[in-house]
Design a protein around this ligand. Structure first.
Ligand code: MSP
Length: 634
């Protein structure tokens, strides 16, 4: 059996987990689950980075000793892993006793070999990045990574002779295509290495930073947080005494693109100095952006992964993370995009398909998986795509392009829907039951295979799908009992987009929520008074409903076409729970006619219907007498 070793970065405990952390954790978990599925003995390590200035500052800001702070905050990262269903073998903390031993051992060894030496040093230091930057790298006097202020710091310090390794690093990267994924990131590192490589300051005087691992050969210093943190990957598998070499030879570090230099240049030169082979691969993924900005604590635009997984389910959240980001590139995060993926690909394409075929099996085949039948050309084609899934997924997994594994699963589901539309088993069942059974057998076999290959991404939902199919592992069993069960993946309403302030004529005249708000809130104490001029900005008109229909996939929304006298408009209104579409056709309503258009559930909404709301009851406002369409309301 071959082995595999996957790691995530260890996360700073200066804040709560956010989606950037959740992403790498899920990605590594999916990689580990796929590796196990493909028969590799797999180790998966994640954890927290607990030393250093950022953490010391975060603790101080909370009025806590660093130890109390990290003991409390690291729990949030453990909870994130639990909540995301990750299958890590160890959650390492850099404050763990065995890690401290490894770090001090490595420092001592490099000191003994003369690869660390003491020097007086002055340099530009960034507190936020916790490192010195050469003057030439500063951007407008600020650090080039976080664009934060730097300060000139002069002190006696200890240096790791990283500059000795420049040529070997270049030779390694050039001689091992695939050691940095995606390949274009290797070019970035080579570009960095074309410049002169400086030695690395690996100490901090305790007078400036007390919270760290003490240098075994200089008691007044602690080690630089990155020197400490990177070694976690070796501690996690029992270096230096345990049986770590085989796994190390098959190691993959999954990281974000912002920490690629530390993971290749710093880390690999440290390893070369320690005479440990460099890891097999480093995968650098892109950033999740909110709008155009990286999501980060300092930007104040973070999305809590735990909240989203709670609302939409862990499996849906994991699927979205894998499907939405092409590995290596940046992706935009929005809750709306998550709901759209869920509704289109999971609820509609997959969930409906499962529901339709299992219903037919229940009704016409006595709840048992039908026997296969003679294969027709269309069946042969679909059976070939089912058999092809393993190869496509394996290739994606081995190349670490995990999003492609999910893409091929989604493509198979689309192919199956086409197959069902082409072979119409529901119609065929009326005249030729064995053929309908044969078609269903093809579809159910495909679903069993799909559940097997999508399970690393959606562990709970796919295990549940296999249970419903009565499958044995990835194989369908003719005659096995099926269990249609409830909806496999529910649909969700699109989240309400906040209306930018500029779109609202006044806070009271056009309340921002719900979308196409049917019911402005009843006047309440404390609501600001507005002048007549403000009220006059709102164009209220009488409109006759010409067409009304439900919005597919929503139980709250109706799509209306209304006559405004001079024009016809489409309005999406949240009144479907109170009115059936047919009750509205021909009615004259009052609408806000000058509300900026918005997309609601993918449809343009060009106005807002007024309604009164009392508790759960909701009634639309209508003129109390014959009034032409377009009449003004004031
Ligand atoms: N502690 C160091 C890593 C040491 S590994 C030996 C660290 N921690 S971190 O908590 O700041 O960041 C951890 C990871 O989260 C990094 O890989 C970073 O790229 C990732 N992300 C942080 N924000 C992100 C996004 N908005 N999007 C995707 N990932 C990003 O760095």
């Amino acid at each position: 059996m071959t082995v595999r070793y996957f790691t995530t970065p260890i996360y700073y405990v200066n804040d709560r987990p956010h989606i950037g952390h959740a992403y790498t954790t899920v990605l590594a978990d999916v990689a580990a689950r796929y590796a196990r599925r493909l028969g590799h003995e797999t180790t998966f390590l994640t954890g927290t980075d607990e030393h250093g200035q950022k953490v010391q500052q975060a603790a101080a800001a909370r009025g806590l000793a660093p130890r109390a702070h990290v003991d409390e905050l690291h729990v949030a990262f453990r909870a994130m892993c639990e909540n995301l269903g990750t299958t890590h073998d160890r959650f390492i903390r850099t404050t763990d006793a065995d890690h401290v031993v490894v770090v001090q051992g490595a420092l001592q060894r490099l000191w003994d070999q003369g690869l660390i030496e003491s020097r007086r040093y002055g340099g530009w230091y960034s507190v936020s990045e916790e490192r010195f930057f050469p003057e030439k790298d500063l951007v407008e006097g600020k650090d080039p990574v976080g664009k934060k202020p730097v300060e000139w710091v002069e002190e006696e310090n200890f240096f790791f002779k990283m500059s000795l390794y420049r040529e070997r690093l270049i030779a390694h990267i050039e001689g091992n295509p695939g050691c940095i994924v995606p390949a274009y990131r290797a070019q970035e590192v080579l570009g960095f290495l074309r410049q002169p490589l400086e030695d690395l300051c690996i100490s901090r005087p305790k007078t400036r930073l007390a919270w760290g691992i003490e240098l075994p050969f200089a008691k007044d210093y602690v080690t630089y947080v990155w020197f400490d943190a990177l070694l976690n990957y070796l501690t996690g598998i029992g270096y230096p005494d345990g049986d770590w070499r085989e796994r190390w030879a098959e190691s993959t570090h999954l990281i974000g693109k912002d920490i690629l230099t530390t993971h290749t240049v710093y880390w690999w030169s440290m390893l070369m100095a320690l005479e440990v082979p460099v890891p097999k691969r480093v995968l650098a993924h892109g950033w999740w952006l909110m709008g155009d900005a990286k999501m980060s604590k300092s930007s104040g635009n973070v999305v809590s992964p735990l909240g989203l997984a709670d609302v939409y389910g862990v499996d849906v959240f994991r699927y979205f993370l894998l499907r939405e980001m092409v590995i290596g590139q940046d992706a935009s995060f929005s809750e709306e995009a998550l709901v759209r993926r869920n509704n289109a690909e999971l609820a509609d394409d997959l969930g409906n398909l499962v529901n339709r075929v299992l219903s037919l099996v229940e009704r016409r085949f006595d709840n048992r998986v039908p026997e296969p039948g003679p294969e027709q050309p269309l069946d042969v084609e679909v059976l070939a795509s089912i058999r092809g899934l393993e190869a496509t997924v394996s290739e994606a997994v081995e190349g670490l392009m995990l999003h492609k594994a999910v893409d091929s699963c989604a493509a198979l589901v689309r192919r199956l829907n086409r197959y069902v539309n082409e072979t119409v088993p529901f119609t065929v069942a009326k005249t030729d039951l064995p053929r309908a059974g044969a078609i269903l057998h093809v579809v159910l076999s495909a679903l069993a295979e799909l559940s097997w290959w999508l399970e690393p991404v959606m562990p709970r939902a796919m295990a549940e799908l296999r249970r419903r199919l009565g499958a044995d592992g990835r194989s369908l069993v003719a005659g096995a009992s099926i269990d249609k069960g409830a909806v496999l993946v529910p649909k969700h309403e699109l989240p309400e987009a906040p209306v930018p302030a500029a779109e609202s004529p006044t806070p009271t005249a056009a309340p921002p929520a719900p979308p196409a708000a049917p019911a402005p809130q009843a006047p309440q104490e404390g609501v600001a008074l507005i002048g007549f001029d403000d009220f006059a900005k709102v164009a209220l008109r009488v409109a006759e409903v010409l067409v009304a229909e439900r919005v597919k996939g929503s139980d709250k929304l109706l799509r209306l076409e209304v006559d405004l006298g001079s024009e016809r408009r489409q309005i999406v209104a949240g009144i479907a729970k109170a009115y059936a579409p047919e009750q509205l056709v021909g009615k004259r309503l009052v609408v806000v006619a000058n509300l900026a258009p918005r997309k609601i559930f993918g449809l343009d909404s060009q106005g807002m219907v007024l309604a009164a709301k009392h508790g759960d009851a909701l009634v639309v406002l209508c003129p109390d007498g014959p009034t032409p369409s377009g009449a003004t309301v004031s």
